[in-house]
Write a protein that binds this ligand. Structure first.
Ligand code: HEM
Length: 489
């Protein structure tokens, strides 16, 4: 009886809520039409939805790219629509996106949106928890640790981690490539960006913690103290050590803000966790898609392998940073990949912007497949970058690494990481699609991941017979403990 009563009260409440929301919605709609806009405000075309409150949420949620492309066709480069009670304004194409990327942080800011997700994970005092000018100083410090001398060491570290990781794949089999490359991305990024000590503690448990943080972001925030403890210990060890290790942790310990203040241990730990997570999904997704494109086009795969032989030598000795740079075809494949699939949509919000709306968004994916900008926009064509400018100089037609004050600082590292992983993998295996299946794209995740990302790998017969020699950097780092499928990202 109680339940029935409770149920009917609930139903009444729901009906009342829906009614109120509809009224509010209709009132707002009317107000929007009637109220004069401030003289400075431009009102973009508005895509009306008859569904109160939810608006276009269902259509957008199902297929955001298709939704945005249709709206672009109908309304042009700037348009607004409502989802779950909020107005979103999209700026599509290079010219419109310039308004977003060239904006000042006072006009459009991302902190309000991102900090809810990241502050519980990275901790306070870093990234979106601080005013953007402070974050920009922190990004500068991190960037000063991402330079060529470090990359030279990274190539050797990543190669060893990759070889150790794939030992368990055996002669041939069908494997989840995305899962493997997510694990390998964490291991290699942690080894390179956090250092040997922290990587050596990246046993199954800690990797799981990372994966939880990465996947859930907010639900696993309570794990933060445990992860931070690992960093505090490494920081203490670095500080006490007589001999200075030249790595990113040391770069941060030696850094100061403009006013001369050094970073606290907490800030160092938060920034390093942030650095790892900022690149995790993007790098692993790009790596995974690279594999599927190479498996789909066996000639391209073979040519990438032959390019490596041509650059490094017929017997494929361990490659170094300079040789990695010369792997131009592999480079272009990754570039085409970031154009085609890795990108995500992002938002900046502030009521004070000239468009007079609450959320302003850009979708790199849509810009990167716009038929007005790109020739054969949907084709995977790594050779399009052989021309000087495949997009006739449109500055924001290709923005997989963002632009403006939120621009990625990890692009160079990402290329070192993905190219080293793939050049190593191409020496270990040949890759094929299974029964011709090329993964469908999950456009509903911010970073567009492959669905059912299973691939067939067959061990290469002609492995380099010569024993591994240290590369020219002299770096002889061992790979850390190996995880297989312990990380569910
Ligand atoms: C293929 C790999 C990658 C892609 C496609 C990518 C893409 C992006 C994009 C689109 C942004 C701008 C986000 C925004 O405006 O909200 C960004 C920012 C950033 N990325 Fe990357 N990224 C990649 C790898 C990495 C790696 C490996 C690292 C770390 C080493 C990294 C660190 C960062 C950081 C710190 C920011 C700054 C965020 C901000 O200022 O708000 N990224 N990245």
């Amino acid at each position: 009886m109680e339940q029935v009563t409770g149920g009917s009260v609930l139903s009444m409440l729901l009906v009342a809520c829906a009614f109120t929301l509809s009224l509010v919605y209709l009132f707002r709609l009317a107000a929007n039409h009637l109220a004069p806009l401030p003289a400075s405000a431009k009102s973009p075309p508005y895509s009306f939805s008859p569904i109160p409150f939810l608006g276009h949420a269902i259509a957008f949620g199902k297929s955001p790219i298709e939704f945005l492309e249709n709206a672009y066709e109908k309304y042009g480069p700037v348009f607004s629509f409502t989802m779950v009670g909020k107005t979103f304004t999209y700026l599509v194409g290079s010219d419109a996106a310039a308004l977003f990327f060239n904006s000042k942080n006072e006009d459009l800011n991302a902190e309000d949106i991102y900090s809810r997700l990241t502050t519980p994970v990275f901790g306070k005092g870093v990234a979106y928890d601080v005013p953007n000018p402070v974050f920009l100083e922190q990004k500068k410090m991190l960037k000063s640790g991402l330079y060529i001398a470090h990359f030279r060491q990274h190539v050797s570290i990543i190669k060893k981690e990759t070889k150790a990781y794939f030992q368990s794949w055996g002669e041939s089999g069908e494997k989840n490539l995305f899962e493997a490359l997510s694990e390998l991305s964490i291991l290699t990024a942690s080894h390179c960006l956090h250092g040997k000590e922290i990587r050596s503690q990246l046993n199954e448990k800690v990797a799981q913690l990372y994966a939880d943080l990465d996947g859930g972001f907010s639900h696993a925030a309570w794990l933060l103290p445990e992860i931070k403890n690992i960093f505090y210990k490494a920081i203490q060890k670095h500080k006490q050590s007589e001999e200075k290790v030249d790595d990113i942790l040391q770069t941060l310990l030696d850094s100061t803000y403009k006013d001369g203040r050094p970073l606290t241990d907490d800030e160092v730990a938060g920034m390093l966790i942030g650095l790892l997570l900022a690149g995790q999904h993007t790098s692993s997704t790009t790596s995974a898609w690279t594999g599927f494109f190479l498996a789909r086009d066996k000639t391209l795969q073979k040519n990438c392998y032959l390019e490596q032989k041509a650059v490094c030598g017929e017997d494929l000795p361990p490659l170094n940073f300079d040789q990695l740079k010369d792997l131009n075809l592999l480079d272009r494949c990754i570039k085409e990949n970031t154009k085609t699939l890795t990108s995500y949509t992002y938002y900046d919000e502030n009521g004070q912007n000239s468009l007079d709306c609450s959320r302003v968004c850009v979708s790199p994916t849509v810009n990167q497949r716009l038929k007005d900008s790109w020739v054969n926009c949907l084709d995977f064509n790594s050779d399009r970058y052989l021309q000087d400018s495949p997009v006739s100089g449109e500055k924001f037609a290709y923005v997989p690494f963002g632009a403006g004050h939120h621009r990625c600082i990890g692009e160079n590292f990402a290329y070192v990481q993905i190219k080293t992983i793939w050049s190593t993998m191409l020496c270990l295996f040949e890759f094929d699609l299974i029964d011709g299946y090329f993964p469908t794209v999950n456009f509903t995740t911010m970073i567009h991941t492959p669905e059912n990302p299973v691939i067939r790998s067959s061990s290469m017969g002609d492995q380099p017979a010569t024993p591994e020699m240290p590369d020219s950097s002299g770096e002889e780092e061992e790979a850390g403990p190996i995880l297989q499928s312990s990380v569910v990202v």
